[in-house]
Design a protein around this ligand. Structure first.
Ligand SMILES: CC(C)(COP(=O)(O)OP(=O)(O)OC[C@H]1O[C@@H](n2cnc3c(N)ncnc32)[C@H](O)[C@@H]1OP(=O)(O)O)[C@@H](O)C(=O)NCCC(=O)NCCS
Length: 157
């Protein structure tokens, strides 16, 4: 597996991957209504339109994109999705490592995420702590977790 920065011609594939992952992976934790709304909301055009507002990477295996993640310029990991057939092989952790290194380079002292219920254990495993359990965009029922990881300077840097 290789991790590289996203290219413009990756967007149709990552939009499809995001849709599939929401429908097949997040669907165990959220209502049908929310899954439908999340999965249909963001397509190729939307990814292209937000390209300047974040930094994005893709994980590639045998020329196929098997995961992607992005961070904003405000010390936040904003999206992280792994293909349903490539879960639990370390793809998400590798992507997160790259995003964290990039945020550290930008001077972030801590990293924030709004995690799905689905990804909470994954982020905890990667050193994040829950700050607050809250509701997705004020929705009455759908929980998400505000999480944080503190970054410390290398003692020998
Ligand atoms: C969260 C996600 C990105 C994790 O990707 P992944 O490549 O499967 O994660 P990794 O293989 O790097 O997992 C590392 C560790 O995290 C923990 N972990 C990962 N997924 C887990 C799960 N579903 N349940 C419990 N622990 C989990 C495990 O400790 C795992 O180590 P192990 O497999 O040796 O036990 C993936 O499940 C996903 O795309 N989920 C749906 C989309 C989503 O909710 N994204 C987050 C938006 S904020």
């Amino acid at each position: 597996m290789k991790i590289r920065l996203v290219r413009d011609d990756d967007y149709p594939e990552i939009a499809r991957l995001r849709r599939q992952t929401i429908r097949h992976v997040n669907s165990k934790d959220y209502s049908e209504e929310v899954i439908e709304s999340w999965s249909s909301k963001i397509g190729t055009k939307n990814f292209r339109g937000s390209a300047e507002t974040c930094k994005r990477w893709v994980a590639v295996e045998k020329e196929k994109i098997i995961g992607f993640c992005e961070h904003t310029f405000e010390c936040e990991v904003s999206r992280m999705y792994v293909h349903k057939e490539h879960l639990r092989k370390g793809v998400g952790s590798r992507l997160l490592e790259v995003a964290e290194a990039s945020l550290k380079k930008q001077g972030c002292k801590e990293i924030h995420i709004e995690s799905t219920v689905t990804a909470k254990d994954f982020y905890e495993k990667n050193g994040y702590i829950v700050l607050e359990k809250t509701l997705y965009k004020g929705n009455t029922k759908e929980p998400i977790y505000k999480m944080e990881k503190r970054l410390f300077k290398d003692t020998n840097s």
